[in-house]
Design a binder for this molecule. Structure first.
Ligand code: URA
Length: 204
């Protein structure tokens, strides 16, 4: 069993916070162990809690479309959450719940060593961009030690506020050249729509 699988088994048995009492099942996250891109959502919803898999409800359907718009499928990326268990009634996770779960996400990041981390929504953004406002910094990449961090809207927010949908699509679209670098040799939209060589800096 890989270390990521062992970690997932620990997460499924976790009793570190009160969410363990109300969850159906924990949702450790999923994706290839060598995925260059890590997506971090907030926490499981009802569908995810039932299936034990991240982003399988309505938000997940939108996320899959957004990934497809830049030539990716969910199997190309690792998808995780800040908290691994569903907060009751889909409330925001509380600070002590986030703190209790943090070592799991930290370890996932350590093991995956992604090149690009997309935070989905406020709660996930707060971890890497504390004190910032998503409406001001969405889509802006920040590079730290060769890892790009990009705060994205949460798909559920775009579903609730359709005026954000265009911004969310644009934020994904501008990642296409980077995606082309991270998934070399892949044909399709990202490569076709990448800037030409003269314009394209190597970002890694
Ligand atoms: N919303 C999230 O933040 N995470 C999921 O896994 C599903 C919905």
């Amino acid at each position: 069993m890989s270390e990521l699988d062992q970690l997932a088994a620990q997460i499924r048995a976790c009793q570190r916070c009160r969410l363990a009492q109300t969850r159906g099942q924990a949702v450790p996250g999923e994706g290839p162990e060598n995925a260059p891109i890590l997506l971090i959502g907030e926490g499981p919803g009802a569908q995810e809690d039932r299936q034990g898999r991240p982003f399988v409800g309505r938000s997940g359907a939108l996320l899959e479309k957004l990934l497809a718009s830049i030539g990716l499928s969910r199997g190309d990326v690792f998808i995780a959450n800040v908290v691994k268990c569903r907060p009751p009634e889909n409330r925001d996770p509380l600070p002590d719940e986030i703190a209790a779960c943090q070592p799991y996400l930290d370890r996932q990041v350590e093991l995956l060593r992604p090149r690009l981390i997309l935070t989905l929504g406020r709660i996930s953004m707060a971890r890497y961009f504390p004190g910032q406002s998503i409406t001001r910094i969405h889509g802006q990449i920040r590079w730290v030690d060769d890892v790009g961090y990009v705060p994205m809207f949460h798909p559920a927010a775009a579903l609730r506020n359709p005026q954000w949908m265009a911004a969310m699509r644009a934020d994904f679209a501008q990642l296409a050249p980077l995606v082309a670098e991270l998934y070399p040799g892949r044909s399709g939209e990202p490569l076709a729509s990448a800037p030409d060589d003269a314009q394209q800096m190597s970002l890694f």
